[in-house]
Design a protein around this ligand. Sequence first.
Ligand code: GDP
Ligand code: MG
Length: 440
Amino acid sequence: LSERLSGILSGLTRRGSLTEEDVNAALREVRRALLEADVALEVVRSFTDKVRERAVGAEVLKSVTPGQQVIKIVNDVLIDTLGGEGEVIGFDAVPPVPILMVGLQGSGKTTSTAKIAKRLTERNKKKVLMASLDTRRPAAMEQLAILGTQVGVQTLPIVAGQSAVQIARRAVEAARLGGYDVVMLDTAGRVTLDDTLMEEVAQVKAATSPHEVLLVADALTGQDAVNTARAFDARVGLTGIVLTRMDGDSRGGAALSMRAVTGKPIKLVGTGEKVDELDDFHPSRVANRILGMGDIVSLVEKAAQTVDADKAQALAQRLAKGNFDLDDLRMQLQQMEKMGGFGGVMGLLPGMAQMKNQLAAAKVDDKMIARQVAIINSMTPAERRNPDLLKNSRKKRIAAGSGTSPEAINKLLKMHRGMADMMKAMKKQKGGMLGKLGGM
Ligand code: GDP
Ligand code: MG
């Protein structure tokens, strides 16, 4: 009987694996979407290689085509590559904390400086001073001063005839004397990357040791974004990126390109000309915009949920018969791992709270889950079905195989025994939760 049940269980998950052909066919479509989204060619290549590595051999969910399954994997890799959510601007330093804004002319540096200053003042209750280091265009200094008035943030008084480095030093000094928390330095840009620009930015950096060096880049620049980001990162070293003009038609390929090439997080997104049009960066939203296949992604996510529910049902039926072997425990642990912690199959079932508590009492955290799955993987099928076989010599073998210790195995067995006993006890309660499930 248990043979048949485990056959059903694996049938639920294994409709088949993705072949190299499945993956390549879907990737042709993906490559086109990425290029249309203006992702740099070199990034498209390395990205699709990464996807191929992850996708070939991966399992295909029931009710989903191989192509759809690949798209979901592409989406996951895309979100991973775009990086974490909520990377914030750091202040963990002695005030005044200098923040240096760099980038090409017209990318939105001055506007973003004022937007960030406003946010830091209002949300983080920081006292901010802004200074324009743009010595070539007097209008640029005026622009920042006007924005400062608009957002209620102080700007450094303009003194004619000073170099960018001199102004930067004066700004930091004024911020220190004035008791400011943050001093934002808005540098001059050039239409194209050139050495004079880089040299000036590098000197300002050396003179002020900024806590953050933020590259401001226009999402509409697409392919060029890579060169800009790479050049600034190589010469001055970036700590993050502010992506502007995401309110425009851009599909956001620049975000992927810059992140992939520099590895630096995209911290904020500009969504308009107004001073409050600044957003946090949401990788999943940008991934959807780049790929434009959100429908497929949610379809596959739904299918994955169905599989989980099916598995939960099969497991429940098994439990209702009072069976709970180490294969079942492994399945439960893997579900928990997949769903990012406690919850798992048990979370999907009513009346299973007790079992969750058992796991919690055994202090099963995410790292431990991986270790416990490794232990069970190192057992033979017979041992998994009948843990009583596990005498010391077998435990030693399993410990060696899973890179753990016999104590860790004892702990796991103890937890399993506790859970199995509970199952049996619940089965005896006639008409109880499990009894009902068993009758299904
Ligand atoms: P800078 O030369 O890098 O300092 O760029 P500016 O801050 O002067 O911005 C250049 C132009 O882009 C201005 O007209 C800004 O209003 C506009 N701008 C900046 N950020 C955004 C944005 O996120 N969306 C839109 N639509 N326009 C922006
Ligand atoms: Mg400017």
